[in-house]
Design a binder for this molecule. Sequence first.
Ligand code: MOS
Length: 733
Amino acid sequence: MKFDTPATQNPIDQLKVVGQGVDRVDGPLKTTGKAAYAYERHDAVRDAAVGYVLGAAIAKGRIAAMDIEAARRAPGVLAVVTAQNAGKLGKGKMNTATLLGGPDIQHYHQAIALVVAETLEQARAASRLIRVQYERAPGAFDLAAEKDAAEKAGKLAKPDVVGDFEGAYAGAAVHIDHTYRTPDHTHAMMEPHASTAAWEGDALTLWTSNQMIDWGRGDVAKTLGVPKDKVRLISPYIGGGFGGKLFVRADALLAALGARAARRPVKVALARPLIANNTTHRPATIQRIRIGTTEDGKITAIAHESWSGDLPDGKPEEAVQQTRLLYAGANRLTALNLVELDLPEGNAMRAPGEAPGLMALEIAMDEMAEALGLDPVEFRVRNDTQVDPSEPERRFSQRRLVECLRMGAKKFGWQERNARPGSRRDGRWLVGMGVAAAFRNNLVTDSAARVRLDAAGQVIVETDMTDIGTGSYTIIAQTAAEMLGVPLAKVIVRLGDSTFPVSAGSGGQWGANSSTAGVYAACQKLRDAVLAKLGFAAEGAVFADGSVTEASGRTALLRQAASDGELVAEDVLEFGDLDKTYQQSTFGAHFVEVGVDAATGETRIRRMLAVCASGRILNPKTARSQVIGAMTMGIGSALMEELAIDQRAGFFVNHDLASYEVPVHADIPLQEVIFLDETDPMSSPMKAKGVGELGLCGVGAAIANAIYNATGVRVRDYPITLDKLLAGLPEPA
Ligand code: MOS
């Protein structure tokens, strides 16, 4: 099915099942421990040996010599895989560094060996017997220093300019010009990267924890140099991804190589202390923002220039993308500068681009509002735009940012905020409120599904879509139930297997809308097949309550259509150009109240509210869970999260969950989420959009702004830890 004209009335609009806040259909499996994750597929693989990954102890250079003999002879050891004995390996499209290093080393903890043994303890002990001699090469690890060097050398990215930014900025009545910093972040998902591999002849099956089955299948094949149809990926349950599992990592490749070498199935989990340096992370940024306005607060000039680093051939963190679209203003400049760093590989983490970009932009907007003497909500409202400011003929398909801000202000009690910083106290707490806009683009990706109807009236949906804890199983079941007029209990959803039709996968918050649209397309085909089988006219037929009723009034049970054999339909929803004709984005507003301890500078979040406008909400319960999870992540990025870099050795020091801090339950206050009642006919037949990343976008800045309102201390360098506040706190009352 091609989707290239705006959606009209369709069966989803009945909202009998879709749009209901039903419980997760996979909930009982998860809460009873019956959902088998990649490392524990004992049902499928009984005699798996265990692999332990050894990471490089230098950031850059080469392995001069490596002695694996003692490890090979250690008790229980079945094989030791290194780049030297693994045979010729390719590189996946999605990987910047190779997944098995040696002799060249590209980053710290790059995998250099896999020890396969009968038990984890034997494999780990044997890995300690591997002797490696390194030749260390100097590396670049300091973003600020590389930025300065590049600027001195005049190596600047060509900016994207609209109108005359410099002229308009110079001539503006009111200006701000500030630089903001966000640190490196690690995904810190609960389930580590893990895979179990088994070969049958030249065919590989990988039970793995991966967000994008088809990308992964392609990259495994490419890396191993085997045909794609010889690789099967199975990933039904995923204990969190956040972008860290968009791509296959060393666990998958090394499990496959280990299983080949040991002639046994092998399972490999990356040990927690390996993950931060071995896998990808969200890169640190340095962002300069300049805004110029008229006296009455109309933006006439806006510039956002970002710097980030990555390994050679890597990509920049796209921290300026929201600034191209979020606010009006005729004269604009954005630039993405990239320097080479020899730190581990930078890549996507939840809302890549917008998440760190808004952490800067939405503080800048707060600073500008203050410079103008305007309320920060009012300043944002005044600079709303219904068109892409760079291409005024392109409208947003839906844009209700102003409503989000106004409704949020009303519900949150924004009028009680005192604009003068440091003016509200509650005992020892300095209390403040902050606001930020939320913005994230709505991406759409072609998605396919297969739907079966059997003689018992059971509906089975198969697609290689993944559920990374987001609720995919549930919204896909709801979609099929709605389309075929059956109760939710009659639908079984099977996900995450490369033998199923290729879906959009889970990334960039495109999964919910795109994958359900693929299921919608397959269900349309199945409806046609049912009607043909029953000899019913298609025009005006109704599928409801397990029955099909023709316009004439003739009726049959749905299952009768499959009485002499299963009916199967498969289709792909192909997205046309509506996402180019219209700018498709999601919007929101975050409101936060904080208390800052007047003596210690400790910040506690007191209340949070998110108002989101992101198309039809397919399931308000799972969507709300996505948003409150994202808000929680936003607290982490504002107050805690930072990968600390050892600048001499070039690695992330706090590479475990004891020293990389994320919020815990006790850090989380009352969180409220409001969804505007909205449908977007440009997004898909589902009229839905993504929401899982939107919930994070802007949270960090709303907290930073609340801290400023509470204390009068403006911190432009995340995370906002108490040491950055102490010196500026007001004298005790
Ligand atoms: Mo997301 S960072 O595209 O999983």
